[in-house]
Design a protein. Sequence first.
Length: 118
Amino acid sequence: MCSCTFGKSKFYVCILLIISTGNAIFVFKLTYLQSIEEVEKYLPAHLAYLQEYYNMGHFIASGRQVPRVGGGILCRASSKAAAEAILQEDPFYIHQVAEYEVIEFAPSKYANGFEVFI
């Protein structure tokens, strides 16, 4: 778990993004660098960013973790560079609200029907 301290409060917050490219998946783990109050300031822009990539057919699913310690996004991209370019348009990235870790994952097994996404 990731933690950040602001004044006397400590926040434990991470977001997980999963980005699919061909037959590989890139897991983008976002860790908030700011308080939830600061994150909330950029949430409307972040939601607009998500909708833009849903409209273009890149994003498959997204949502928060429960409890709210992060979230996740499933995204289609043609390459790791393309996935990183998409990620760098996230207002959370632009405004340094979060830092990102990229993990490549090659699925060898998945549920029936999921193959249309990879």
